[in-house]
Every structure is written in structure tokens, then in C-alpha cells.
Design a protein around this ligand. Structure first.
Ligand code: MLT
Length: 271
């Protein structure tokens, strides 16, 4: 499906029941991924929630404009996307990695729309000086050599040792997703992530139920950052998933989906 925003077309999936007794979840993918990241949630959580799953600007089948794409711009896209679909109820946002950075930007601006957060493999802090320099190097690399150079950089770090050793089809699936990213998308969000603000001060203002899910072998987010988020977000629950790296929802879908389903039960019963 596609929806027209003022300057771009967004491709998306709208799955699961549209019932007042079921919550609505907006899934936001990470970098340099697309909505295919969530395919094992679409199939398995179909009875639990309405799931809205867009390709972000520059990724998947959505339109790519020249960057930079600030996290705020991508949050504004999500807000306009919800408006276009006529979503009036408050939603749960499920964001992975960069999707979490966008969830923070969304919460900063549109908190009235948010009734819950599922934050996976993400962090609240801004980029360090070293990380900013690495973003600039990755931008130069993508401009010179295209998305395949980014695949070479990212793919060897994204998954757990067990996934690399025993799930070649999943590794290839992730490679396919990464390879399909447009250069505009890659460079646009690299600049946006480099310049994103520190969301740490926001954490104390988050009062909606928050579920934190982290793969024990995540090479992108230090565990201490994740534990600091748990300590700062009142009432949040942290779950670590063994044998998962940066994409626990794809690597250990049964465990991930069971955590999400348990979290959603409270929203379903409260109606
Ligand atoms: C992601 O998966 O979205 C990225 O690893 C986030 C980042 O590079 O900071």
C-alpha cells in the first residue's frame, strides 16, 4: 500500500484487526533497513494489534529525497503518515535502533499520540565525536561506492554468532534488505543520526508503559546504555535475549514476539 505525504510517497503495510479492543502499533525500522525487518512480527502478532509498518523516507519502496533526514523530519513523516491514515487513537511505537531515535523525536513533539513504547536495540544518547567522524566516513563511502560498501561495513556486525553460524538464509535475507537501501536514504539518515540531539533528558518524562528489548550480543549498543535507559524510564521493563545481536526480532522471533504479546495484554484488557 502507498500513501501520499506532502513531498513523498510512503509505502507501508497495515495488518491485523482494526478493533477498538486492540491497540495500534507503529513499527519504525532501523538503519539501513526497511519494513521487511518486521515481517516475523506481522505474521505472528496478527491477532494482537493493528500494525502499521511504513518504509521510512529513502528506504524500501518509499520515495527518496536528497538528505539530510533529521530524526525530527522522520518523526514528522510518521505523524503525517498517521494523519493520512486517519489514525485518531493513541498508539504504541515499536522502534529498533534508529527507529528508537525516531521514537524519541516523535515523543518529544507528539507525546499526546503515544500510549506505549517498545524500544529495541537503541540508545538515548547523542553520537560521540568519534561516532560523528565515523558517520562522515560512511557518508563519503556510500557516495563513492554505493550501498554495497555499507553492506560490507554493517552486515558482519549486525547478528549473533549463532545466527551467522546456523542461519545462512537469515543472513542472506538481511543482506538483501541492506543492499536495497538507496544512497540518498543512507547518507540522509547518517547525517540525521550524526546530528541528533541527546534524548537522555527526555527519559524522565516518559510515563507511558515502556518495554526495552536488547540482544545480548548487540555490537552497536553497549549494554550499559540500555541499562541506563531502564533506570531512567520510570516503570520500564528490560529484557535481554540470548543468541541475538542487533536484530533480536528477526533472530529470536519467538522470544521477541512473546515479550511483545505479554506487554500488549495490558492494553487489550484495559479497553
Ligand atoms: C541502526 O540499526 O539503526 C543503526 O545501527 C543505528 C546507528 O547506527 O546508530
Amino acid at each position: 500500500m502507498q500513501v501520499q505525504l506532502p513531498d513523498i510517497t510512503i509505502a507501508y503495510e497495515d495488518s491485523g484487526p482494526q478493533l477498538s479492543t486492540r491497540p495500534t502499533i507503529l513499527f519504525i525500522h532501523g538503519y539501513p533497513l526497511n519494513r521487511k525487518l518486521w515481517q516475523l512480527q506481522i505474521s505472528d502478532l496478527a491477532d494482537s494489534a493493528r500494525m502499521l509498518i511504513p518504509d521510512l523516507r529513502g528506504f524500501g519502496e518509499s520515495h527518496a529525497t536528497p538528505g539530510p533526514y533529521s530524526m525530527e523530519l522522520l518523526a514528522d513523516d510518521c505523524n503525517a503518515f498517521l494523519d493520512q491514515l486517519g489514525v485518531v487513537e493513541s498508539i504504541i511505537i515499536c522502534g529498533l535502533s534508529m527507529g528508537g531515535y525516531i521514537a524519541f523525536a516523535f515523543f518529544r513533539k507528539y507525546s499526546w499520540r503515544v500510549r506505549g513504547l517498545i524500544l529495541t536495540a537503541t540508545r538515548a544518547g547523542a553520537d560521540s565525536l568519534e561516532a560523528k567522524t565515523n558517520r562522515d566516513k560512511a557518508i563519503a563511502l556510500a557516495e563513492k561506492e554505493g550501498s554495497e560498501a555499507i553492506v560490507r561495513l554493517m552486515l558482519p556486525k549486525m547478528l549473533s554468532a549463532q545466527t551467522y553460524a546456523s542461519r545462512p538464509e537469515l543472513v542472506e535475507h538481511v543482506r538483501g534488505i541492506l543492499s536495497s537501501a538507496s544512497v540518498h536514504g543512507i547518507t540522509g539518515v547518517l547525517a540525521g543520526m550524526r546530528d541528533r540531539p541527546d534524548s537522555t533528558p527526555l527519559l524522565a518524562q516518559i510515563t507511558v508503559p515502556t518495554l526495552l528489548i536488547f540482544g545480548e550480543e548487540d555490537q552497536f549498543v553497549p549494554r550499559s546504555d540500555f541499562e541506563a535507559m531502564r533506570d531512567a524510564i520510570h516503570g520500564s521493563q528490560l529484557h535481554l535475549i540470548p543468541n541475538a545481536g542487533h536484530l533480536p526480532n528477526l533472530e529470536q522471533p519467538e522470544t521477541y514476539n512473546a515479550l511483545v504479546r505479554a506487554y500488549l495484554a495490558a492494553f487489550t484488557e484495559n479497553h
